[in-house]
Design a protein around this ligand. Structure first.
Ligand SMILES: C[S@@+](CC[C@H](N)C(=O)[O-])C[C@H]1O[C@@H](n2cnc3c(N)ncnc32)[C@H](O)[C@@H]1O
Length: 290
């Protein structure tokens, strides 16, 4: 039987904002770790982690303006693995969900397992989870397509404009390096042009930022697509593109093949929110006019 080495790794997420939406089981893992490494987006969460575990150490300092971000991510992975290899019960904490747009989190789990260590990742609240709650969007109604904005452009991702589109890292499109002060909103015109191939100029899009402080409301800023203002963006902005209102009708052949009763389709067709997302209270809770 294969021997499991003595170090271990648990990767966790602290949720969005202050530690408020961190689960009790995540907190307990953090407390019990023999070494806690972390990358979070705000000083209050960092202070909370330091208070929970005296071994806590930020690895944010590994970001280096002279390196591509991918090289920093490999350095972070190695730093995490070094503690596991030293035989420590290691916890790596990242903000949001640790498995969503966090390269070193997945890489560290993979590498640890490859080297024979026990390693797992725990789920947590992501920015997209907050988005569904704050904007009143249920992805079960029209589906949801989620892409990293640069990846979306570079790989010409195929998507359905009749379904919801969520674009992450929209404030830092095309930036492969790390800057203490990122030039925010660069290349937004390129994204607008790509989206205009699928949506009319007056289609509404939303710049969304989940609240990171309990006293603050989320940022929900609707714009006409052609008027999307780069100055509204920050490194934590996510762009929400509601579906076109001219939703495709059902594939009747498929409905029959699945033996779905006709009344199901008729009921869905009567739901106005599926067809006109620009109406207040429908699909997305934001004003119909800006
Ligand atoms: C490196 S990713 C980290 C995502 C994080 N792991 C999560 O689970 O939400 C950074 C991107 O996440 C999104 N993001 C992070 N914080 C956010 C917030 N407070 N509100 C909306 N989007 C956010 C933005 O698209 C941002 O560019």
């Amino acid at each position: 039987m294969k021997q499991i080495a003595s170090g271990e790794l648990i990767v966790v997420g602290t949720g969005i904002g202050l530690a408020g939406n961190m689960t009790a089981s995540t907190e307990s893992i953090i407390i019990q770790a023999e070494k806690l490494l972390y990358v979070v987006a705000d000083v209050a969460t960092a202070a909370h982690l330091e208070q929970l575990n005296s071994t806590a150490e930020s690895i944010y300092s590994l970001y280096d303006e002279s390196l591509d971000r991918i090289d920093t991510y490999y350095k972070m992975t190695e730093c995490i693995l070094d503690h596991v290899r030293a035989g420590l019960k290691t916890c790596a904490a990242f903000y949001g969900h640790p498995g969503i747009f966090v390269f070193p989190a997945h890489e560290a789990v993979l590498k640890a397992r490859t080297e024979g260590y026990r390693a797992e990742m725990k789920a947590a609240v992501s920015a997209e989870d907050c988005l569904f709650a704050d904007l009143g969007i249920d992805p079960g109604r029209v589906g949801c397509q989620s892409f990293e904005a640069t990846d979306f452009l570079v790989y010409d991702r195929i998507f359905d404009p009749n379904s919801l589109l969520v674009l992450w890292q929209v404030g830092v499109i095309g930036q492969i390096g790390f800057r203490r002060q990122f030039p925010i909103g660069q290349n937004i015109e390129v994204l607008k042009e790509a989206l205009r191939a699928h949506y009319p100029a007056d289609h509404y899009v939303i710049v969304y930022e989940a609240s990171v402080l309990p006293v603050c409301d989320p940022v929900i800023r609707p714009f006409r697509l052609d008027k999307l203002d780069p100055s509204a963006l920050s490194p934590i902005s996510t762009l929400v593109v509601p579906p076109l209102s001219s939703r495709r009708g059902p594939n009747i052949d498929m409905v029959r093949r699945l033996d779905i009763p006709e009344r199901y389709i008729l009921k869905r067709a009567e739901d106005p929110s599926l067809y006109d997302p620009a109406k207040p209270g429908a699909l997305v809770n934001w004003p119909a006019t800006v």
